[in-house]
Each structure stands twice: as structure tokens, then as C-alpha cells.
Design a protein around this ligand. Structure first.
Ligand code: M6R
Length: 605
């Protein structure tokens, strides 16, 4: 999704800006651009291709400068064409990049047209550029502060003006922005990752902050205009570019990294102890009477899986909501409920807004389960549990999901223990099972050749149905999401018992029905649902635990999973679904790591 990089230095900073964009590329974008200040004002290069193309333009055009801003854009207002790519100029005096969405842009555009401003893009961003320009009286910082007071919506911006050659001004509200501190040079970015290699000292701006970067320092004021002292945090370099190694795509690499990611995420302690979730967690867990889980996409499905664990193991009522729905609906807050936000990136706009909404409603206890320790979500919650998936590059989330499940199972077991529902023997048993998970996952990954054989068949289909029951229904949902996301095959998931209430009408031999079949208490019910499919000529593709004794038959294709893995079974069963989606997408020749229209980090509403 959109990314910002900015810099003020005494050297040509174009390569720093381009490198920053390259580091943000994996998030997904459809155009990019860079602007630097020269003696006659800002000049820019923009591309609707990749950052590599932008770099070529910059080189050929000899674009150089000591002050600059750059951007990757994921289109919201206006198509991904050059005129809409950032940086956006105002009267060749001011250049601006923007992440987020301005909701009152139409009103502002009319007002600015009335003042003689001409609009050359379809973006909401152009109103910010002209608005700041219209308010500029020799002080860019003041003009930005005045302008943002008129904006409704979410934004992170970086802006420069031809009359202030060593200044970049930034502001944030609803979208992340960090300042990177250097020696005699300073930086701005939407993610610290963009500045790896340039600095390891960061200030994470807070909501409403406005900052001014110059050569020798950074000035920050808060929403009220008061000078703000923000903590400088040392963030270790994020390492260089992640290598693909022997894999064809990052998604495949990340699927195969799961045993390692899970090993790193499983708590080291020999007991399920509240302290795993941060200081004061014991007290918080003793105070609460329920959980409210908020998340989006794949992270939402990990929350749905957790509901089964939390309610069966810890007997604690758990509600799971899609963040973008929760934030706008009238709900009944329960201050004794622990709000759990789940996110790979920790920057998902809808989840952050839902968290804020819950806090405003009076929820005082919050916990983030997140893969990025420096993210806004971790900073804005009372407690946190960091998953150690490592950087996930593929837009389709895989190792982030399974590590979230490990975190959530740990939470369920911890709460169960605190509530007297887990004896020592059970605790030791679950810990042992967790520790054995990486080995069990390796045996599932070894099924890849069989899954490749199925994927050839799937690649010729346009629709697929996924079935699961109970604890494995969210896994069916996740399998369908993976398939549609990267192969563009229309896929739906249902709890198998729902088939007869509608979706059975879709079943023909052209609609493969993927079934998640663990050897659990619902197996016999699931087998009846499979019969319903077969009776209508549907072809079943079943991932069955070895001990289910389900075997190949007419219209019944079976891949045998290891023996049933109890409550942790969803963590094993999702892996073949990831592989099926991956290989089907490969067979269809899609851009697996960067599927069309999608972004890795969804920082707009
Ligand atoms: O970073 P988050 O976990 O908050 O992201 C939430 C969703 O955008 C994300 O899981 C999305 O659904 C993935 N592309 C799914 O593979």
C-alpha cells in the first residue's frame, strides 16, 4: 500500500529515497515517484511501472538533490496513471506525498477552485497540496498546521517548498509516520523499514503530530501545537533484502519457513504464565470476564479459530469481529472485556481504528498479537505478544497466520490455567504438543508433491467450495481466501452443516469441493455432508487425518495428513490449503507475491 520516504541531507539523497521505496515495494503499489528541490523549485520523476523503472528515469534525467520526498501509491481516488502519481505539485512551488484518504476533498476542491487553483489529477491528495500552498506565508510548518486543521480523514504527509531548501515537513493522523535521525541529515518514512541502512534511531510520531526536518534537527509539535518530546528509539537494522533462496516465490519460502517461525514464537517458559503477555498481564487477566477480538482478513480467521480454544479450554466468552464493521456499529461495551487486536503488520488502518473506538467506548484492557514490535498497534495497547514469523513479503499471509494461532492458543491455555481449568498434566501435555508442532509441520510440508498434482486440476476451474466444521471452519475460510487472493479463482467456504441450507445448489462436477477432515468429534457429521456432495456429482478433495480411514474412491480424492493433532490440528490443516492455493496460482501464471489490486499492509480505510 502507499509508502512515504523523505530526507534532508547535505548529499544527493535520491538513492536513499529510491532504496526506501524499494524496501516498501513488497507492500503493493501501482505507481511511484520522487521529487527533489533544486534552485528553481521541485522537479520530479513518476512511473506507473516498478521502482526499477523510476530509478532508470531518475538516472537518465540526472535528478539530484539534497532535499526530497518519494512515494509508492496504491490507488484509491483516481486510476493508477502518471497524473495521479505522487509527488503532487502545487504551482511548481510545493511538492507533497500522502498516504490515507481525505474525506472532505470535494468541498475543499471547490473552495480552492474558487481561489483559482487548477486541478490536474483525480486524487484527494491534490487538495492538500493546494491548500498548504494557499496558506503559505513564508513558513511551511505553519502552513501545514493550518491546513491539516481543515482536513477530515486519515493522512500521513511529507511536503517541501521551493523557498525552504533544507526543510521537509511531515504530519500524521490515522496513518503512520516515523522520523529517522541521522548525523547532519534527517529522514521521514511511513515505516522504519524504509530507512534501514540510513539510521537506527527513530521517533514514532503520535496522532496529530507535525514535524519539521532540517539538517541539524527535528522539531515536533502535538495536536495542540505544544512542543512534543518524543522518545528516541533504537531499532536494530532490519537486515538487508530478504533472499528467495531456492524458492520460486516468497510465498512458497514463507510456507516452508513455518516450522522455524513457530519454533521462534512458542514461549520459552516451561509453563503458561501471564507474564508472556507483558507486565501486569496477570492482574488484567484476573480482572476480565470476556474477550473481544478485532482483526481483518487472515488475522480475523485466526481470531475465529481462537474463539473455539478460548471458549472450550478457558470457558471465557469470546466475541470476534471484523474490525471495519465493529468500528462503525453501535455495540454494547463491556469494560471487563479484554480487547485483543490481531495483525501481522500492526498498521492495518481498520484494526487500529477499531482499537481506538473500543478504547473510546471505555474498554480499558487491550492486548495486541502482532508480528512487528515497533508497530502502532503494539504501541497503542496495554499488553502485547509478538509473533516471530520474521518479515512476511508475500501479500498472501501464511507464516503470520500460523504464528498468530500459536500465540492465541498460548493465550487460551494461559487463561484456562488462571481460571483453574488446566491441571499440571494437561499443561505439560499442551506444552509438549506445541514443541512437537514444527516436526509435525515438516511432515505436512512433505505432502507438497501430491498437492502439486491436485493443483493442475484446480488451475482449470473457475470456482471452488471449501468445507470445514467446528474448529476447522475458520481454516476452510482461510483456504478459500488464499485461493481467491492469488489464483483469482472464486472460492467460498462454508461450515459443512450449512451446505443443505443453500450452497449445495452450486455443486456440480465443475465445482471442486475441498474438505478439511480432521479426526475430531464432528467427523461422522462431516462424512454425511461429504455424502451430500457426492450424491450431487460433486468432486471431493479431502485433507483427511490418517486415523479417519477416509480413502480414495470415485469422486473422492484424499491426501492423508498425519494422525489427528487434537486442539492444535488447525495449525497443521491450514498448511496444505496454503500449498494448494500457491501451486494453483503458479499453474495459472499469476503474480503470486503481488496479486492484482492487493497490498501487503492496508493502511487506508
Ligand atoms: O497486517 P494485518 O494482519 O492486520 O492484515 C490484515 C489483512 O489485510 C491480511 O490478513 C490480508 O487478508 C492478507 N492479504 C490475507 O492473505
Amino acid at each position: 500500500m502507499c509508502g512515504i520516504v523523505g530526507a534532508v541531507a547535505q548529499r544527493n539523497i535520491v538513492s536513499v529515497l529510491i532504496e526506501g521505496l524499494r524496501r516498501l515495494e513488497y507492500r503493493g503499489y501501482d505507481s511511484c515517484g520522487v521529487a527533489v528541490l533544486g534552485a528553481r523549485g521541485p522537479s520530479r520523476a513518476r512511473s506507473v511501472a516498478r521502482v526499477a523503472d523510476l530509478e532508470g528515469q531518475v538516472r537518465d534525467g540526472h535528478l539530484e538533490g539534497v532535499t526530497g520526498i518519494a512515494h509508492t501509491r496504491w490507488a484509491t481516488h483516481g486510476a493508477p496513471v502518471t497524473d495521479n502519481a505522487h509527488p503532487i505539485f502545487s504551482r511548481d512551488a510545493l511538492a507533497l506525498v500522502h498516504n490515507g484518504i481525505i474525506e472532505n476533498y470535494e468541498t475543499l476542491r471547490e473552495m480552492l477552485r474558487g481561489k483559482g487553483y487548477e486541478f490536474v489529477s483525480q486524487t484527494d491528495t491534490e487538495v492538500i497540496a493546494h491548500l498548504i500552498h494557499s496558506l503559505y506565508r513564508g513558513d511551511l510548518f505553519a502552513a501545514v498546521r493550518e491546513a491539516i486543521a481543515q482536513l477530515h480523514g486519515a493522512y500521513a504527509i511529507a511536503v517541501l517548498h521551493k523557498d525552504q531548501p533544507h526543510t521537509v515537513v511531515g504530519a500524521r493522523q490515522g496513518s503512520p509516520l516515523v522520523v529517522g535521525l541521522g548525523d547532519g541529515e534527517n529522514f521521514l518514512a511511513s515505516d522504519a523499514l524504509a530507512l534501514a541502512g540510513s539510521t537506527e534511531r527513530f521517533i514514532f510520531l503520535e496522532e496529530g503530530d507535525v514535524c519539521e526536518l532540517s539538517l541539524d534537527g527535528v522539531r515536533i509539535v502535538d495536536r495542540q501545537g505544544e512542543a512534543a518530546q518524543r522518545e528516541v528509539r533504537q531499532v536494530a537494522a532490519y537486515g538487508g533484502a530478504v533472499e528467495l533462496g531456492p524458492y520460486r516465490h516468497f510465498m512458497q519460502k514463507e510456507i516452508f519457513e513455518q516450522p522455524r517461525a513457530i519454533t521462534d514464537t512458542i514461549p520459552q517458559a516451561d509453563a503458561f504464565d501471564a507474564s508472556i503477555f507483558g507486565e501486569g498481564a496477570g492482574q488484567v487477566f484476573a480482572d476480565i470476564d470476556s474477550l473481544l477480538i478485532l482483526a481483518c482478513g487472515t488475522s480475523y480467521y485466526s481470531g475465529l479459530t481462537a474463539k473455539y480454544w478460548l471458549e472450550s479450554l478457558a470457558k471465557i466468552p469470546t466475541q470476534v469481529e471484523i474490525a471495519s464493521e465493529y468500528r462503525y456499529r453501535e455495540s454494547v461495551p463491556n469494560p471487563k472485556s479484554l480487547v485483543v487486536v490481531i495483525s501481522q503488520s500492526g498498521e492495518t488502518a481498520d484494526t487500529l481504528a477499531a482499537l481506538k473506538h473500543a478504547q473510546e467506548l471505555g474498554h480499558k484492557h487491550t492486548l495486541a498479537i502482532c508480528n512487528v514490535g515497533t508497530s502502532a498497534m503494539v504501541r497503542q495497547t496495554e499488553l502485547s505478544f509478538l509473533t516471530h514469523a520474521g518479515r512476511e513479503i508475500g501479500v498472501a499471509s501464511t507464516k503470520a497466520f500460523t504464528t498468530q494461532l500459536v500465540a492465541l492458543f498460548t493465550l487460551a491455555a494461559t487463561l484456562a490455567k488462571l481460571r483453574g481449568r488446566l491441571n499440571d498434566e494437561q499443561e505439560a501435555g499442551y506444552l509438549k504438543q506445541l514443541r512437537h508442532l514444527p516436526a509435525a509441520l515438516n511432515s505436512v510440508l512433505a505432502l507438497e508433491p501430491q498437492i502439486i498434482a491436485w493443483s493442475e486440476e484446480f488451475s482449470r476451474k473457475e470456482h471452488a467450495l471449501f468445507l470445514g466444521r467446528g474448529l476447522h471452519y475458520p481454516i476452510a475460510l482461510e483456504g478459500a481466501l488464499k485461493l481467491k487472493e492469488i489464483s483469482y479463482i472464486h472460492a467460498e467456504a462454508y461450515p459443512a452443516g450449512e451446505l443443505k441450507h443453500g450452497p449445495l445448489a452450486l455443486v456440480t462436477e465443475a465445482m471442486p469441493v475441498v474438505t478439511v477432515a480432521p479426526n475430531d468429534a464432528l467427523l461422522e457429521k462431516l462424512k454425511s455432508n461429504m455424502q451430500e456432495v457426492r450424491a450431487r456429482g460433486g468432486e471431493l478433495y479431502v485433507f483427511a487425518d490418517t486415523d479417519t480411514k477416509i480413502v480414495n474412491g470415485e469422486g473422492l480424492h484424499v491426501i492423508r495428513m498425519p494422525e489427528h493433532y487434537g486442539l492444535l490440528s488447525p495449525i497443521l490443516h491450514v498448511v496444505p490449503l496454503q500449498l494448494l492455493a500457491y501451486h494453483t496460482a503458479c499453474a495459472r501464471g499469476t503474480d503470486v507475491d503481488k496479486p492484482r489490486n492487493l497490498a501487503k499492509s492496508v493502511t487506508v480505510e
